[in-house]
Design a protein around this ligand. Structure first.
Ligand code: SF4
Length: 77
């Protein structure tokens, strides 16, 4: 994944992302919301310029739960 692409992605500063580093040095961004909602991509295509589920890192766990609920509502419509 190119650095320019990844640094323009919202996933970089999102509380839902988790960095996955492989033994061969590849880097992937896992969207942890996808573990709770199978309709979301586990490894979102990068760069993710605008995501409706974005949650700034260091937000409270209450906000995280609200974002998960919003995700469920968005997909149920
Ligand atoms: S919620 Fe959106 S911005 Fe956050 S990690 Fe998932 S895909 Fe990226």
């Amino acid at each position: 994944m190119g650095d320019l692409l990844i640094f323009s992605s919202q996933c970089i500063s999102c509380a839902h992302k988790r960095d996955i580093l492989t033994g061969k040095g590849s880097r992937f961004l896992l969207c942890q919301l996808s573990l709770k909602d199978s309709r979301l991509e586990k490894y979102p295509r990068q760069p993710m310029l605008t995501c409706p589920h974005y949650l700034k890192e260091n937000s409270s766990s209450e906000n995280t739960q609200q974002s998960i609920e919003k995700s469920k509502q968005d997909f149920s419509q």
